[in-house]
Design a protein around this ligand. Structure first.
Ligand SMILES: [Zn+2]
Length: 292
C-alpha cells in the first residue's frame, strides 16, 4: 500500500467520526418510521419535499425541550408581561397579541394562565404536585409518574423558553373550568386549534400524539414556532419532535447530494484530464508518424 493511500485512509477515519457526531449532536429525535402525518397522511418523502424554507434546526423559535432533550442550565430569555401579570418571551409579544385580538374579533376572550417559568419555579411546581399526590396515598414513584404526565421535570419543560403559554377561553373559565382535557370541547379551544398556526403557534401536546410527545393531551398548551413552521405542523398533524426529525433528514439528504455532486464533478474533471492526456498521446503519435 502506498503512503498516499495510507494517509488517505487515516484522513477518512479522522473526518467521519467527527462528522457523524456533529450530525447527531443537535437533538435526540424520533425515527423516520415513527413519523405520522395524521391529518394529511403525507409520506415522509412528500413531507421532506414540502418543508418550508424557514425550517431550520438552529432557529431559536424551534428550540426543543422535552424529557429526551432536557436543558440543565437556565435559558436567558428577554421577557415581557401579559395583562394578567404572566411573563413570556418578548419576541412573541406581537404575534400573541394579534392572536388574542383575532380571538376577540371572533367573540372569544382568552386568559393567559402560564408562560415563562424558570427552572427553579418548575422544580417547585413539580415537587408540590408530587407531595400532594403522596399526601393522598400514592407512593413516591407513583406520584412522580402521575406528576410527570402533565408536569415536565424542571429541565424538560418548554415553559423555560418563554415560547410556551397555557391559555384558556372565558367560555371555560367562567364555568369554573381549569387546565383539564375537557377544555378541548369548548368553542374557544376549537377556535385556537383552527387559528393559532396563522399566528405562529402550535397545539404542542395533541391527542393521538401522546406517545410521541410523552405528554398527555393538553388543549391549553400552545407553543410559538413561527408562522410557516406552525402552519406546516398543524396542516399535517405533526409534533415539533417529528418536524425537527424531518428537517434533520432533509439536511442529511442535502449533504449527501452535495457530496455526490462533488464526486461527480471530480469524476468529470478526471475524465476530461484523461481525455486531454489521450489527445496529447494521439497528437504525439500522429505528429511522430507524420514526421518520421
Ligand atoms: Zn403548559
Amino acid at each position: 500500500m502506498s503512503i498516499k493511500k495510507i494517509f488517505l485512509i487515516f484522513l477518512l477515519l479522522l473526518i467521519f467520526p467527527f462528522d457523524k457526531a456533529e450530525a447527531l449532536a443537535k437533538y435526540n429525535l424520533p425515527e423516520l418510521s415513527q413519523i405520522d402525518a395524521i391529518k394529511s397522511n403525507a409520506s415522509v418523502d412528500e413531507l421532506i419535499d414540502s418543508i418550508p424554507a424557514e425550517g431550520n434546526l438552529n432557529d431559536p423559535n424551534l428550540l426543543l425541550v422535552n424529557p429526551s432533550n432536557p436543558i440543565n442550565n437556565q435559558i436567558e430569555v428577554d421577557l415581557v408581561t401579559s395583562i394578567e401579570g404572566i411573563p413570556y418571551a418578548a419576541n412573541i409579544e406581537e404575534k400573541l397579541s394579534q392572536l388574542l385580538q383575532a380571538g376577540l374579533e371572533d367573540g372569544y376572550l382568552f386568559t393567559i394562565i402560564s408562560g415563562y417559568r424558570s427552572t427553579n419555579q418548575q422544580a417547585g411546581l413539580e415537587s408540590s404536585r408530587k407531595q400532594s399526590l403522596m399526601a393522598v396515598g400514592y407512593s413516591e414513584s407513583e406520584a412522580r409518574y402521575l406528576t410527570n404526565l402533565y408536569t415536565a421535570p424542571a429541565n424538560a419543560t418548554e415553559h423555560m423558553t418563554g415560547l410556551a403559554i397555557d391559555i384558556l377561553g372565558q367560555d371555560w373559565t367562567s364555568i369554573g373550568g381549569g387546565l383539564t382535557e375537557n377544555y378541548s370541547e369548548t368553542a374557544s379551544a376549537q377556535w385556537l386549534v383552527e387559528n393559532a398556526a396563522n399566528f405562529g403557534f402550535i397545539l404542542r401536546y395533541p391527542q393521538n400524539k401522546t406517545e410521541m410527545t410523552t405528554f398527555n393531551f393538553e388543549p391549553w398548551h400552545y407553543r410559538y414556532v413561527g408562522q410557516l413552521n406552525a402552519q406546516f405542523m398543524m396542516e399535517h398533524g405533526l409534533t415539533l419532535e417529528e418536524y425537527l426529525a424531518l428537517i434533520e433528514e432533509r439536511d442529511r439528504r442535502k449533504k449527501i447530494e452535495k457530496v455526490k455532486q462533488a464526486a461527480e464533478n471530480q469524476a468529470v474533471d478526471e475524465a476530461k484530464r484523461w481525455l486531454e492526456e489521450q489527445k496529447k498521446t494521439i497528437d504525439k503519435l500522429f505528429y511522430n508518424s507524420s514526421t518520421d
